[in-house]
Design a protein around this ligand. Sequence first.
Ligand code: NAP
Length: 457
Amino acid sequence: MSSAAPFRVVNPATGAAGSPHPYASETELEEVISGAVAAQKLWARTGVQARAAVLKRAARFHRDHLRDFATTAVREMGKPISQALAEVEFSADINDYYAENAAAFLADEPIALQQGSGTAVIRKQALGVVLGIMPWNFPYYQVARFAAPSLAAGNAVLFKPAPQCPDSSRLIADAFTAAAAPEGVLHRILASEDQLAGIIGDRRLAGVSFTGSERAGAIVGGLAGGSVKKTVLELGGSDPFLVLDVADLAPVVDAAVEARLDNSGQSCNGAKRFIILEDRYDRFVQAFVGKLADIAPGDPLDDATVLGPLSSVRAAETLASQVERAVTAGAKVLLPSSRTGAFHTCGVLADVTGANPVHHEELFGPVAIVYRAADEADAVRIANDTPFGLGSYVFTDDAAQANRVANALETGMVYVNGVGLDAVELPFGGSKRSGVGRELGALGIREFVNHQLIRTV
Ligand code: NAP
């Protein structure tokens, strides 16, 4: 076991570092796992209404401590305060949503028999103890997306936060303690990668939910598959934003800016590649570059800030080096960007060919790539020319075109004529290298349950 202490807040806006939090000892982890196994058995028998009441109280705790939760996230990873407040509200909404809908989602589903007498139903049983490995970019929302439906279904939850999120994860654990969740039903674990590999392989665990990069997701998914465990993988994305047969470009440009800059450009389903039909490319790009040029990074605690620092100096360095590599490989700079500490200004690149390394990478920050498409088919071809398949955005005045293009896009989500439309009832997830499984909505609670067939004659 490593003795390093990597869980630590380093405020990306100021560089101020908090105290380090050590990894849990092997003895502590063993106690947590055996406690979770015992607690889960009782929790599953508690009944959905009692579990829902805990989720309701946890939601209330999020709202009662809204500003504390939000400023903690700002300190940990730098997101603008207005967006941090919205994230905490959304996380509370997710807990409420599963509290209010779990009974219906978990109800027995009858099957119409083709022949023979009697009945057949699918019952949704809790799976057991589920491990969540979580990223830093939405420290509350990601945990709620995985934990709320899992708990509602009767599972116990262990979650490992990202290294820079020891304080937000502590607040989530506090919310469930305050909500009188039975001891052991939800536990935050500060574990190393080696320790996680052991936990994933532990036969007492039933499933693993991972949100983060494709690289780490492939490792975690491989470990979980090797020990025959159900997994949900929510990975990276390079979502296309298609500007097709649309007459009024002004609101589309505003939507494009919003979709690129959400979470300071660090959203998995932020728009990252902008694909515009030839006949409106110049007008769109001129307006888009103009708007981005006017947005400078600022103090994330200022209510008016739209773009904060990136999550760390390292994250900003990675983005700057991707831009540099793109330019070396022939990309044209339409809006030059620069880095100061963890702050990275907006940038726009064009002429990124298939041979350019960034064409197939995720740019996690406020840098956009624009592509000129000859026609609708060419726009779809460019959109699908990526290893990722998370979300996509289609702007058009033609409903038939929207429908046709949605059919052709290889993505888990298609948003037509709008951005920022994520909602508790809408399933979230990707295809291709963006992952496996869905969170939120009715589909989200189906991931970590045993769909038990009961056939009675
Ligand atoms: P990351 O580096 O993959 O880390 C995610 C989590 O995995 C962290 O807790 C990390 O902790 C852990 N981890 C990394 N390597 C691991 C390993 N070998 N074994 C076990 N755990 C490991 O990703 P990130 O930088 O935090 O998050 C950004 C990425 O997440 C982006 O690609 C973004 O698109 C994606 N994302 C996807 C969604 C979605 O819903 N599809 C949502 C949010 C974010 P350590 O660093 O301590 O190992």
